[in-house]
Ligand binder design. Structure first.
Ligand code: FES
Length: 144
């Protein structure tokens, strides 16, 4: 079954022409721009992973909404085109450093043709909610 799904995905991807792809520009922490083309329907986490982009610590929980390391900042016009934010994404975004009014989690945003050419900023600092949670629990009970 898995082989059939993989084969179907490969076929779908190979049928997709280059002009069907969406261009995405990432402004990385070092100020460098990384430009890639990806398929509509892919999440921004998929884009980073599939293209092996050098964005340190990105997507630590592999899209399970447990880390907020996939925090990205969008241009306002692009942000307005994105789908609605779930309560779960909002809760995790609240734990991200450098939160802005146009922040989203990359694992929750999927590409569509109308996002072609968008520019995303990778925040200067990331927080991994899983690590922060571990630090708190290993610190023992709070001292009074
Ligand atoms: S990859 Fe962990 S919340 Fe998006």
């Amino acid at each position: 079954m898995l082989m059939m799904m993989a084969s179907s995905l490969h076929l779908k991807m190979s049928l997709c022409r280059a002009e069907d792809k969406v261009t995405v520009h990432f402004l990385n922490r070092d100020g460098k721009r990384i430009t890639v083309k990806a398929l509509p329907g892919e999440s921004l986490l998929d884009v980073v992973v599939n293209n092996d982009l050098d964005i340190d610590g990105f997507g630590a929980c592999e899209g399970t909404l447990a880390c907020s390391t996939c925090h990205l900042i969008f241009e306002e016009a692009v942000y307005k085109k994105l789908g609605p934010i779930t309560d779960e994404e909002m809760d995790m975004l609240d734990l991200a450093y450098g939160l802005t009014d146009t922040s989203r989690l990359g694992c929750q945003v999927c590409l569509s043709k109308d996002l072609d050419g968008m520019i995303l900023r990778v925040p200067d600092v990331i927080s991994d909610a899983r690590v922060e949670s571990e630090k708190e629990s290993s610190a023992g009970p709070p001292k009074i």
